[in-house]
Design a protein around this ligand. Structure first.
Ligand code: CTP
Ligand code: CA
Length: 235
């Protein structure tokens, strides 16, 4: 007997999800990193799989197990993540960039473990900008005229003049992606935690949607929204 074709709102579609946090080496034993656990991206990958999609997970230093039934590519640095995502995005119907990509990396990586200076001086570490992978994927999508939905994530705290969602709307416009899922961070929220609140912003002017609950609940809500956005452009 043949396998039943996958059912669900994303059946037959390819979804690329990036998750986790990149690490940028300083020397063979040290790196600059961040506190992303990868749990939200893992949950999105699992929800997309459950919705019938073929899922590729580009994984940077996850602190939780990868879901079964998902193809995984492990990466370390932002540059490695960029290469893996560009390759996988060429065949993807949906791209979800949930990874925390380091904005900067050390300008030089020492070949040998760095020693403290003998004259007692403190080191100054020069940083250079990493590529903006999300921006690049949007540009590639537009140039190739691919029918592809691109979703970004943003963790925002806001500051004394600007609230987190205003920063989110500005970021959505700057990145050129179709949806931006905004996490309001601070007050013990989000990093490594299981309960979360996401606000989904849409470039096409669809409703701003608040998703609340466990990371799995929120991921299911986001995947459902992705299905609706795809249905709207394909109608
Ligand atoms: N992102 C990316 N490449 C980078 C930085 C971020 O692809 N070098 C992606 C993230 O995966 C996320 C989205 O861009 O989906 C927003 O990340 P964020 O760090 O909030 O955006 P930045 O443009 O780096 O802005 P900020 O200055 O606020 O950090
Ligand atoms: Ca950033």
């Amino acid at each position: 007997a043949r396998d039943e074709p996958a059912a669900g709102p994303l059946a037959g579609l390819r979804v690329l999800v990036s998750a986790g946090g990149t690490r940028e080496p300083l020397d063979p034993v040290r790196f600059l990193g961040n506190r992303s656990s990868g749990k939200q991206g893992i949950a999105v990958a699992a929800a997309a799989r459950d919705a019938g999609a073929d899922v590729v997970l580009v994984a940077a230093h996850l602190e939780a197990p990868v879901p079964a039934g998902v193809e995984v590519e492990h990466v370390g640095t932002a540059e490695q993540l960029r290469r893996a995502c560009v390759r996988a995005a060429a065949r993807a119907d949906v791209v979800v960039m949930a990874a925390a990509v380091a904005d900067y990396r050390p300008a030089r990586v020492a070949d040998a473990k760095m020693k403290k200076a003998e004259d007692g001086s403190n080191p100054v570490i020069e940083l250079v900008r990493n590529p903006d992978v999300l921006r690049e994927l949007v540009d590639l999508r537009n140039t190739a005229r691919r029918r592809q939905l691109v979703v970004g994530f943003a963790a925002e705290t806001g500051d004394d003049r600007t609230d987190p969602l205003t920063f989110g709307r500005q970021k959505l416009a700057r990145k050129g992606c179709d949806l931006l899922a905004v996490n309001q961070v601070g007050e013990n929220l989000v990093f490594g935690q299981d309960a979360t609140v996401l606000t989904v912003l849409s470039a096409a002017g669809g409703p701003e949607q608040v998703l609340e609950g466990s990371k799995a609940d929120v991921a299911r809500g986001l995947v459902e929204r992705i299905g609706q956005e795809l249905a709207a452009v394909r109608a």
